[in-house]
Write a protein that binds this ligand. Structure first.
Ligand code: SME
Length: 153
């Protein structure tokens, strides 16, 4: 998707997600809704969902796409890397990322965005996979960070 089209799509999707997340403050309801909207509005999102940090484990939560790993072993893979670095990570080619966890062998690129609660603690990550290389860029980072910031607002 070209940058202009992507920016335009995110603009509309952000508005839709703001309207929907305003209906309840429940974080799980908001995460489920965000996963559903994003997954169906972006053709290149092949798996879209959240892993929650529960007692030092990353446990799969609401998602759209094929069945994923239920638990991600500590300090392994992209999701843990985003938690440890406390920042969004783009992986242009998952086969070049050491210790990448392949829940679906068709995934080729990935973005992981930490989710912070109202006091700034990381409680989860948003993980999006694509079946194409190099799917994610700064437009995804900027917009997905804005979207996950709505979860605890
Ligand atoms: N690839 C992720 C694991 C989750 S799946 O992509 C759904 C990782 O390396 O942390």
């Amino acid at each position: 998707m070209n940058t202009e089209k992507k920016e335009e799509r995110y603009k509309r999707v952000l508005k839709q997600i703001e309207d929907l997340t305003n209906k309840t403050k429940d974080p799980l309801a908001r995460m489920s809704t965000i996963a559903a909207v994003l997954h169906h509005k972006f053709e290149y999102f092949s798996w879209t969902g959240f892993y929650r940090l529960v007692n030092d484990d990353l446990i799969v939560s609401c998602y759209q796409g094929s069945v994923a790993c239920l638990v991600l072993p500590k300090n392994t893979g992209v999701c843990w890397e985003a938690i440890n670095r406390k920042e969004t990570i783009i992986v242009p080619d998952v086969h070049k990322f050491p210790n990448h966890i392949a829940c679906d062998s068709r995934s080729k690129s990935e973005i992981v965005v930490p989710v912070k609660n109202s006091v700034g603690e990381i409680t989860a990550v948003l993980d999006v996979d694509s079946k194409e290389l190099n799917s994610f860029d700064e437009v995804d980072v900027e917009n997905l960070e804005k979207i996950v910031a709505l979860i605890y607002q």
